[in-house]
Write a protein that binds this ligand. Structure first.
Ligand SMILES: [Fe+2]
Length: 182
């Protein structure tokens, strides 16, 4: 009788030792890490903006940006959970110091809109990389994220338009502020 130690059921393991159904290309893992950092930077930036408004008695704007900061943190969590689900280790990179001084409210919304557009571009690049690698688990994961990101851009475009229209007039800005406080 021969005792064999070679099992037919060999499970591949990722860097953290978790079972891994399909290995990921290094380039895709790095791109996911970079995107995760982008979401965390966005969260810190929105939190800083929320404080800027809180210091100026604009509680509606402050609440809006505090909610956005939390949304970005949730996105960061989603990407982390996805990396772990794929058997990868999560690398938390250094974050940027947020901008805390602004010329006016329009500048804040312009910068925020551009930041959202950058996040969308990063998602599209991730998608293209995943498709190139035929990594369909990642494209399926990204589908609802890309959809949500397009809605975010739309929301920021709307608010930027409203703030531009207000032309820095306090009475008009206070109306937007109460809307956002609802
Ligand atoms: Fe996000």
């Amino acid at each position: 009788m021969t005792i064999t130690t070679d099992s037919a059921f060999k499970v591949a393991k990722g860097p953290a030792g978790r079972a891994m159904a399909e290995p990921m290309q290094v380039e895709l893992v790095e791109a996911l890490h970079q995107h995760l950092t982008m979401e965390r930077n966005a969260s810190v930036q929105y939190f800083a903006i929320s404080l800027w408004f809180a210091e100026r008695e604009l509680r509606g704007f402050s609440k809006f940006f505090n909610d956005e900061a939390q949304n970005e943190q949730e996105h960061a969590s989603k990407f982390s959970e996805y990396l772990i689900a794929r058997g990868q280790s999560v690398v938390l990179e250094d974050l940027k110091s947020p901008i805390q001084s602004w010329q006016d409210i329009e500048e804040i919304f312009s910068a925020s809109f551009l930041m959202e557009a950058d996040v969308t571009t990063s998602l599209h690049q991730l998608y293209a990389t995943a498709e190139r690698d035929s990594d369909y688990r990642t494209t399926v994961f990204l589908d609802p994220v890309v959809e949500g990101q397009t809605s975010s851009e739309d929301e920021f475009a709307y608010l930027l338009g409203r703030v531009k229209f207000a032309q820095n007039q306090p009475s008009a800005l206070l109306i937007i502020d109460s809307e956002l406080n609802g």
